[in-house]
Each structure stands twice: as C-alpha cells, then as structure tokens.
Design a protein around this ligand. Sequence first.
Ligand SMILES: *[C@@H]1O[C@H](CO)[C@@H](O)[C@H](O)[C@H]1NC(C)=O
Ligand SMILES: *[C@@H]1O[C@H](CO)[C@@H](O)[C@H](O)[C@H]1NC(C)=O
Ligand SMILES: *[C@@H]1O[C@H](CO)[C@@H](O)[C@H](O)[C@H]1NC(C)=O
Ligand SMILES: *[C@@H]1O[C@H](CO)[C@@H](O)[C@H](O)[C@H]1NC(C)=O
Length: 379
Amino acid sequence: MRSLSSIIFYFFVILTLSHFSTSTEYLKLPLLPRTARPSPSHLLSADLRRLTSPLTSGAATGSGQYFADLRLGSPPQRLLLVADTGSDLVWVKCSACRNCSAHRPGSTFLPRHSSTFSSHHCYDSPCRLVPHPTQQHCDNRSKIHTPCRYQYSYADTSTTAGFFSSETTTFNTSSNKPTTFQHLSFGCGFRISGPSVTGSSFNGAQGVMGLGRGPISFTSQLARKFGNTFSYCLLDYTLSPPPKSYLTIGASPSHKLLSYTPLLTNPLSPSFYYISVEGVSVDAVNLPIARSVWAIDADGNGGTVVDSGTTLTFLPEPAYRQVLAAFRRHVRLPAAEAPAPGFDLCLNVSGAARPRLPKLRFRLHGKAVLAPPPGNYFI
Ligand SMILES: *[C@@H]1O[C@H](CO)[C@@H](O)[C@H](O)[C@H]1NC(C)=O
Ligand SMILES: *[C@@H]1O[C@H](CO)[C@@H](O)[C@H](O)[C@H]1NC(C)=O
Ligand SMILES: *[C@@H]1O[C@H](CO)[C@@H](O)[C@H](O)[C@H]1NC(C)=O
Ligand SMILES: *[C@@H]1O[C@H](CO)[C@@H](O)[C@H](O)[C@H]1NC(C)=O
C-alpha cells in the first residue's frame, strides 16, 4: 500500500462561491472533531473506499473527521452532521413518531416536534435537484400533496432515502446573536442502510452536511445571503485544551491575513473544490515533477481536490515517488530494523531527542503555500 499519510491538523480553506460582500456579520457553526482517534490503517481503508473512481463523498465512509453542530426546526433540535465539502445533499435521520419520549434527544430529527417542518411537493422546483427512487410518480393535475422523495447512494451502495423537505435553522452570528434561516432544503431520511451510514463507522453522526458547490448544498443555500463566501479553519484538536474550530458563512475579518489560491471547476465533477498545485519542495529543494501530473486533463480526469471528508492526503504516483526519494535523501536518521507494514519509510528515532524531519511544502497557484507541520506526515 502506498500512501503519504498526512493528517491535516492546521488547515484553513476559504471557499468563495462567487464574490465577497461588504457585510461584516457572518454565521459561526462549531466544528467538532470526533473523539476517538482512529488508527492510520483505519483512515487509509476508509479513504480508499472513498477514492474509488469516480471520486465520491467520504461522508459515508466514516473518514470524515469533523462534525458540524446544526440546530434544525422550531424549537431547534440539535444534531451532529458530518461536515463534507465532497458532497452536496444535507440530510438527517428522521423519525415519524408523534410521542417521541422514547428517543434520546439529538439521536434523530423529529419533524412532528417542529412547527416549521414541511416536505417539498414533488412538482416543486427544489425536487428537481435531488435523485429520486425509481418509483417516484408525480401527479401534477390532482391537488393531492405528493411529497418529494429522494434517494441518495454512496460509493459502497450505502443509501439514505426519505423526503426532501424544508426547515428553519438557527445559528449564532459572529456577534453571538441567534439568527434563523428559513427554508433550508434537506433530506429527511427514513430509510438509511449500508455499513457506512449506520453503526460505528458513522461515528454517531445523525446525517451529513453537504458543503459542495451544487445548488442544494448547505453553503450554496445559506451563502447567498452572506456574500457567497464560507470558510473553515481546522485547528489542532490534539492540543490541550483543544482550540475551537468553526465553519463560518459570510466574510470574516481574518480573511485579510491569508493567502489565496483560486478554486477551479471540473465539469466532470462540478461539486468538488479543485485547486491547482504548481510544485512540491522538500527542505526548500523543488522536486522535478511534471506539471501534467497535477493537471485536469481534457476528459476531466486528474487534478487536486480539497475535501473536508477525506482525512489523508493522496499524491499521484509520480509525485509520491519523488517525495519519498527526497525524504530518503534529506533525512539524517537511521532506518528502522523492522519496517512497519504499509509504510514505505520507517525511521528509528530512539537515539534522537528531537528528530529533525524534512519539510514538505506544496506551492499552489496564486503564490499560496501549504506547509503542514511534520507531525502531519510522519506518524
Ligand atoms: C407519551 O409517552 C409518555 C411516556 O411514555 C406518556 O406518559 C404519555 O402519556 C404519552 N403521551 C401521549 C399523547 O401518548
Ligand atoms: C408540473 O407543473 C409545473 C408547473 O405547474 C411544471 O413546472 C412541472 O414541470 C410539471 N411537472 C411535471 C412532472 O409534469
Ligand atoms: C449560541 O451561543 C450560546 C452562548 O455561547 C450557546 O449557549 C448556544 O447554544 C449557541 N447557539 C447555537 C445555535 O449554536
Ligand atoms: C533503534 O535503535 C536502537 C539503538 O539506538 C536499537 O537498540 C533498536 O533496536 C532500534 N529499533 C528499531 C526498530 O530499529
């Protein structure tokens, strides 16, 4: 197995859907890391399930590291959703119970306990934006309410299905004022099946918050009101006490301090956030990697995607070989006698109090540099 294990702890991404606004108020949603740190091999197998071709959302593979804390309904019900820039649909587990005292609060969304819940009609325009089960019939002539059914499958055939619905959500703004957003379209999931969206691999989440570029994503729906901008900053949650990470919707003042790289679109995968890698250096030495290794080709293959739902960073084979060779050249530590299976480079650090490790830097278009701390690529 070849992979560059790179758990990105410090990572700031600003995703501009079209242009900035002058509004200074923005929404803040806490992003929570999952509590148990999975092993590198678990992360690798989860990410590899996600990275089957074509690229699919990692939300369902259990590799999503961050949850968004969402308040849905009136009065608000608190739910934990996997925050996933690699998919568009927002969905939650729903329960149709009327007397729901048997349900642990926060374990499922209870539409009958909300005064603002409604399901879209099958002929409403939002209904055209979601995939339907094959037996969906829509009778336009009768006035009978036919709810909009959706069915959404992930790469491993795990499925969420139910009613595409509308609800009110509540947030805190940057000045800590509660504010509501009406008519968030989301999937109210009544049939959820498959290993990745049930059981332990879903890490106790109640759904997925799709943050992709499509029209039904959480960010596309909300950002329209806040200058078409959102950002998230993932801080090192292994610190004690762990700093709080947030998903912000709207322009935040800290934007001025950052460097930028343009986001590219790929018509083959319009939901994903592509960036342009221009080069890689190890200890400030640029590696001879052809530009074509990073490019999106005429068929829409290749390219580099930024994705909150994938934990590890994957490099194309020619780039990976160059990075590995450069690490071998630059490292001043003895090789381990018994290399761990699955790792291409194992060093013996028992003789070094503070081992010096090679510095890996990605140069991105627009002069931005991604320089993760060595702890993100040496375990
Ligand atoms: C709801 O459930 C509770 C506890 O099980 C019970 O006391 C109550 O009478 C039920 N209410 C209705 C309207 O059924
Ligand atoms: C139903 O009617 C609406 C307009 O009233 C129209 O936009 C829509 O395309 C129709 N849907 C079908 C399935 O015929
Ligand atoms: C807003 O902030 C207050 C105070 O920090 C907190 O108690 C409340 O749960 C927050 N509400 C939401 C919707 O996040
Ligand atoms: C690491 O090096 C030490 C000596 O510094 C040696 O005793 C030990 O066996 C080595 N361990 C591995 C796994 O290579």
